[in-house]
Write a protein that binds this ligand. Structure first.
Ligand code: AP5
Ligand code: ZN
Length: 217
């Protein structure tokens, strides 16, 4: 299974990715997690990406496309993968198409604007694994600690209110056009086109997982 999760910042892509990857036995390819790992390691890519991420903008298409191509060439991606946060622009989607990377399905998670702000402000993350919690809606077993390792949870740098607003604007202008791009491609009946499914991302985490699995069949 090769799957794309599409949705605004804070829609729950990372949260649902955990369950879907387990179910389909595929790795999660999250460009956000990969960039945060590069920032933490202080690599040249990380230094470049940090400025952009902290401002709520997008890292350049060339860098991201190279990063993803390298990642999906690894052996664990041979059986499939789940893209979380990629593609995020039309050129990124076109690059996959040009490279002959056939995607089975695009799943859009649709969440109203108001809910997104609350989700981001309560988010806590286990940086090494990318596991995500919410202080109210998806709390860890022990406050402030990761369920699996017991390590500290952190608040993401880009979850400050001003940066969240900018990220939502960038989503509308740069990423939202992918909704039309993929749904129109699916409607042509082209054998290369991925199936397009949209689900509501409102409700409990479990309800949304059930909706996602039903939509994907
Ligand atoms: P990235 O890490 O991809 O961030 P994002 O797309 O903005 O998405 P988020 O991770 O914020 O949200 P999510 O949908 O994963 O939600 P989550 O499951 O955590 O990108 C970060 C930055 O990296 C970008 O701004 C950009 O600079 C750069 N970048 C990354 N990819 C790039 C690319 N391809 N091209 C260029 N630049 C790129 O959930 C959010 C919160 O809600 C959590 O607290 C969670 O517990 C809670 N929650 C989840 N589900 C529910 C529910 N059902 N009910 C209540 N709360 C819930
Ligand atoms: Zn995420």
């Amino acid at each position: 299974m090769r799957l794309i999760l599409l949705g605004a910042p804070g829609a729950g892509k990372g949260t649902q990715a955990t369950f879907l990857c387990q179910k389909y036995g595929i790795p999660q390819v999250s460009t956000g997690d990969m960039l945060r790992a590069a920032v933490k390691a202080g690599t040249p890519l990380g230094v470049e990406a940090k400025k952009v991420m902290d401002s709520g903008g997008l890292v350049s298409d060339d860098l991201i496309i190279a990063l993803v191509k390298e990642r999906i060439a690894q052996p664990d991606c041979a059986k499939g993968f789940l893209f979380d946060g990629f593609p995020r622009t039309i050129p990124q989607a076109e690059a996959m198409r040009a490279a002959g990377v056939k995607i089975d399905a695009v799943l859009e998670i649709d969440v109203p604007h108001e809910a997104i702000i609350e989700r981001m402000s309560g988010r806590r993350t286990h940086q090494p694994s990318g596991r995500t919690y919410h202080v109210k809606y998806n709390p860890p077993k022990v406050a402030g600690k990761d369920d699996v390792t017991g390590e500290d949870l952190i608040q993401r740098e880009d979850d400050k209110e001003e940066t969240v607003k900018k990220r939502l604007e960038v989503y509308q202008s740069q990423t939202r056009p992918l909704v039309d791009y993929y749904s129109q491609w699916a409607a042509t009946g082209d054998a290369q086109a991925p199936r397009y499914r949209r689900i509501s991302g409102t409700g409990s985490v479990d309800e949304i997982t059930a909706r996602a699995l039903q939509a994907l069949g």
